[in-house]
Design a protein around this ligand. Structure first.
Ligand SMILES: C[S@@+](CC[C@H](N)C(=O)[O-])C[C@H]1O[C@@H](n2cnc3c(N)ncnc32)[C@H](O)[C@@H]1O
Length: 361
């Protein structure tokens, strides 16, 4: 085999092993095996690990072998020849539930989940060009909400809002302004803001009945009087005059790139703003041209998540199908086309995978 072909064959072998390990890591995370392994401070045989986890010894043994040959667990031998396994602290710090924001195992769920939910429909889509409805991905929506919730809870009030206009927005929120979050999902961002800024009033817009049901039930439990949710297709905001000019601050977190009609949505959002109002659009940090994304540390992962979810949901009903990696150049052009007069692109040290478009009406 020629040298370059051999090098590529080796890369393909790494890909096959990496894909298999992603699946095995996802299974280990779901079954709690990493958390169990983190409890032991010495190498253990499969039977002891399985017994502590309350799982089948044979299944656990096969999984441990995959983890050890993949370099995720340390493997050694007893005098009897039996294999012993240990999760080292550096690995535990990225794989266990107690790892908090360093927990990368949670992301290993994404590809297996999307494969189960959508692989056949996506393959059909290659032939038909048709999109896939949001309703096809109920578990994925819940998974994404869980990830977003963890991020908002950590960053929104402490880091994101204070980064806007050197803290001036926070002062206005403390005094009392009107805020709308478009594509609010289960309302995590709004619930946090409404609690932190009781003098301000908040409205969430989404068109997912399940997300709004969850949002309203949390709202009721928390007893906040300054927040309400509206069931509305964001593409119809432009045609809903009673909402126009009603908000001083509008947000859209991770909610524009999978819109079917993103330009209409952005035009509507601009209409929501009162004089002097501002709009924060937070979306994936990437360039619009794939050739400019070769240095992106998670390019293949994010393009594939987009292929499996964001792009097909955006193609539904002859939608535009922007995809998650639509990129800052396309985003900036569309925000300008929607009528925003000034757009600042802000990098966020506390959230390096996203970018903040701060837009003035
Ligand atoms: C990826 S989620 C982001 C949720 C939330 N902003 C967050 O950061 O957790 C995108 C949300 O946009 C909502 N959405 C998608 N298309 C919409 C539309 N046309 N009108 C209103 N909401 C929409 C979805 O139901 C979903 O809740």
């Amino acid at each position: 085999m020629a040298t370059r072909q051999r090098a590529f064959a080796n890369k393909m072998i790494d890909i096959l092993n990496g894909g298999a390990l992603n699946l095995a890591v996802a299974i280990g995370y779901r079954t709690g095996l990493f958390d169990t392994l983190a409890v032991f401070d010495s190498p253990q045989p499969a039977a002891v690990i399985a017994a502590r986890a309350g799982l089948s010894r044979r299944y656990v043994a096969e999984w441990l072998a995959a983890m050890a040959t993949g370099g995720i667990l340390e493997i050694s031998r007893q005098d009897t020849g039996e294999s012993l396994y240990r999760l080292l602290p550096d690995q535990a710090a990225c794989l266990t539930r107690s790892a908090g924001s360093d927990n990368l195992a949670v992301y290993a769920q994404e590809m297996p989940l999307l494969t189960v939910l959508a692989m056949e429909r996506v393959i059909e889509g290659f032939k038909s060009g048709r999109g896939i409805p949001y309703s096809h991905y109920p578990q994925f929506q819940a998974f994404m909400s869980e990830l977003a919730n963890a991020k908002h809870e950590k960053l929104l009030v402490e880091a994101f809002l204070p980064s806007i206009e050197d803290g001036a927005l926070v002062s206005r929120l403390q005094q009392g302004i009107r805020v709308c979050d478009v594509g609010c999902g289960e309302g995590v961002a709004l619930l946090l803001m409404a609690e932190a800024f009781p003098a301000s009033r908040f409205v969430g817009i989404d068109n997912s009945a399940e997300a709004l049901k969850a949002a309203r039930s949390t709202l009721q439990a928390r007893g906040l009087a300054n927040l309400e949710f509206m069931d509305l297709d964001a593409a119809l905001i432009d045609d809903t005059p009673r909402l126009h000019g009603r908000f001083d601050y509008v947000t859209a977190f991770d909610a524009i790139h999978d819109q079917r009609r993103p330009l209409r949505v952005l035009r509507g959002i601009r209409r929501l703003l009162a004089g002097g109002g501002i709009f924060s659009m937070v979306d994936i940090d990437a360039h619009s041209e794939p050739a400019d994304n070769l240095q992106h540390p998670m390019g293949p992962f994010l393009y594939t998540v987009s292929l499996m979810h964001c792009m097909p949901v955006g193609l539904q009903d002859d939608g535009m199908g922007l995809g998650m990696m639509w990129g800052r150049e396309k985003a900036q052009a569309m925000l300008t086309e929607a009528g925003f007069e000034r757009i600042r692109i802000l990098h966020m040290d506390f959230d390096p995978f996203n970018i903040h478009f701060l837009c003035y009406g």
